[in-house]
Design a binder for this molecule. Structure first.
Ligand SMILES: Cc1cc2nc3c(=O)[nH]c(=O)nc-3n(C[C@H](O)[C@H](O)[C@H](O)COP(=O)(O)O)c2cc1C
Length: 382
């Protein structure tokens, strides 16, 4: 049973990486997550010069919603990029794990300057960020700017042979942008960054919850997981280069879905930021458990891409979901979810109620989703 993963030539002890953001301003958070199975890290997106406006922090800069999702309007760097040159890169390398330098892709000359500087000490890859949703809304959306991407790729490919990963976010142009990056020499696509901008309002003050001009921030965490998964699946079906999945991964099941969608590895940000570095222990343990329970997969690499080319046809047969009698507690939650009056509760001989599905059922499977996981009493129809 192996958890090893690989992104191009980059070898990883597990498929789990710490994504770029505030908690990767320094190596400290990674060093705490490392013993729990985090197998590499991406630095905060570094800039040679932080524009004066962005050296001042807007507040509030985070708004957490639904306990596992966030809106943020982070920008700039709070520490100089030279900290990574002086000691940060070395500290990560000493763990035997790769360090991926994230660079802001907005200022091309600075990007090349930083690549030359980091190539002198040697790093594992560059992840070039052209997809920050809130800075895109204020300063121009590079995520859909094919001309900028072309100029960027030509410049950076001209100065380094180190792997270049391009970080994109969801957009209507995701696939053509990624294809262009591949054609121009990108070694991997990372998807997705925060999605948005989005907004939240404090109803006590009627002001936006974030302090940035315009009030918009990037949405991350559980709220974006299905979109991120779709992006990874689309990219993996189209590209020849590896895809690194990111967005809303909290559990081993989330990570496995990303791998099945075609991701060679995954990155986590909001989960460790909100729940702490031990999130990696839970995800790693869950991956190991999955491989033990499914011995037909000898390794994580066997899971990668299992869902590719499985979505080409509609599925028309519609057997109904099935209530598992031994597991149903008669709690009745499923009845609330049924918009078609197809569920009712009957008394059993032992007097415990049991959910029953009748002919009104249209196989929408909403009841499967609402049955509490601890009961897991309604089996989906496939
Ligand atoms: C507070 C915060 C700061 C972030 N900063 C960066 C950044 O500097 N560069 C970058 O490429 N992505 C940044 N991200 C995006 C994350 O790396 C990641 O792509 C995104 O949050 C989706 O993953 P998640 O749902 O696991 O958080 C940031 C996200 C958050 C929440």
């Amino acid at each position: 049973m192996s958890l090893k993963a690989q992104v191009g030539t980059l070898k990883l002890q597990t498929p789990l990486l710490l994504a770029s953001g505030y908690i990767t301003e320094t190596p400290e958070f990674f060093l705490r997550a490392r013993p729990y199975g985090c197998s590499g890290m991406v630095t905060r997106s570094l800039k040679q010069h932080v524009p004066s406006e962005r050296s001042r922090i807007t507040v509030p800069r985070y708004a957490v919603f639904g306990q596992d999702s966030m809106l943020n309007c982070e920008w700039g760097n709070e520490k100089p990029w030279t900290d990574w040159q002086d000691h940060g890169v070395r500290q990560v390398k000493e763990t035997g794990c790769p360090v991926i330098i994230s660079l802001s892709g907005r200022d091309l000359d600075s990007c090349c300057y930083l690549i030359r500087a980091f190539d002198e000490i040697g790093v594992d890859a560059y992840e070039i960020n052209i997809s920050c949703s809130h800075s895109g809304a204020l300063h121009g959306n590079l995520n859909v700017d094919a001309l900028h991407l072309e100029q960027l790729m030509k410049k950076v490919r001209g100065v380094t042979t180190t792997p270049i990963w391009i970080k994109l976010s969801y957009s209507n142009l995701l696939v053509p942008m990624a294809q262009q990056a591949e054609e121009l020499g990108a070694n991997a696509i990372v998807c997705t960054n925060s999605i948005g901008p989005g907004m939240l309002i404090d109803t006590k003050t009627a002001k936006p919850k974030l302090g940035i001009k315009g009030g918009g921030g990037g949405v991350t965490g559980k709220a974006i997981f299905p979109i991120a998964l779709w992006c990874v699946h689309q990219l993996s079906e189209t590209l020849s280069i590896p895809v690194v999945g990111c967005g809303g991964i909290f559990t081993a099941d989330d990570a496995i879905q990303m791998l099945m969608a075609g991701a060679s590895a995954v990155q986590l940000y909001t989960a460790p930021a909100l729940k702490g570095p031990t999130v990696f222990r839970r995800v790693t343990a869950g991956l190991q458990r999955f491989l033990v329970e499914n011995p037909k997969y000898a390794s994580v690499e066997d899971i990668v891409g299992l869902t590719l080319h499985k979505t080409g046809d509609h599925q028309f047969s519609s057997p109904r979901p099935v209530v598992i009698k031994e597991k149903c507690t008669g709690c009745g939650i499923c009845i609330q979810s049924c918009a078609f009056d197809a569920l009712s509760m009957v008394r059993r001989v032992d007097e415990r109620p049991l959910a029953v599905i009748d002919d009104n059922c249209i196989s929408c499977n909403a009841c499967v989703g609402v049955c509490p996981p601890k009961f897991d009493a309604i089996k989906a129809s496939y």
